[in-house]
Ligand binder design. Structure first.
Ligand code: AMP
Length: 143
């Protein structure tokens, strides 16, 4: 199963903040949208990604104030992304090796969606269930 197929079902919404917006604004957006990461963009350029983990480690534990800290100070600037033709196995391998739970999808230089680890696990499970159903049908129908 590919990233493109999963995005077709889940949609290609990308929630973003500007680099000068506060961490508080980013957290508010995450809460409103029930998500765990936002992309930091300026115009058409993606500058970074900011997730709940960054909030706990780089804001709370460092004693920073979320209303006085711009997202640019605590984002990850080197963003790992995927293209729509990649498979769910590729995504799992990337998320495991890079230790991240969010993968922006980029197509023709523009953001086309974001996959979370939850989206990937859901897609892999439904793919496996499909295979199980097919095999059961094969067995019970006599091959
Ligand atoms: P997460 O597990 O997604 O909350 O992210 C763990 C750490 O990796 C945080 O520092 C994030 O900013 C960073 N991170 C998450 N997703 C990505 C990504 N796609 N590219 C680069 N860094 C990321």
């Amino acid at each position: 199963m590919t990233v493109r197929e999963v995005l077709r079902t889940k949609g290609g919404d990308v929630y973003t903040v500007g680099p000068g917006q506060s961490v508080f604004d980013a957290l508010q957006l995450m809460a409103d949208r029930n998500i765990g990461a936002v992309l930091v963009v300026e115009g058409a350029r993606t500058l970074g990604i900011f997730t709940e983990r960054d909030y706990s480690r780089l804001v709370v534990l460092k004693g920073r104030a979320s209303k006085d800290t711009p997202v640019r100070d605590v984002m990850t600037a080197r963003v790992v992304y995927v293209t729509p033709n990649r498979t769910m196995d590729d995504c799992m391998a990337l998320m495991t090796s890079k230790r991240c739970r969010h993968l922006p999808v980029v197509e023709d230089g523009r953001l086309a969606g974001v996959l979370s680890i939850g989206d990937v696990v859901k897609a892999v499970i439904s793919d496996k269930q499909f295979l199980i159903d097919q095999l059961e049908h094969y067995i019970t129908s006599g091959g």
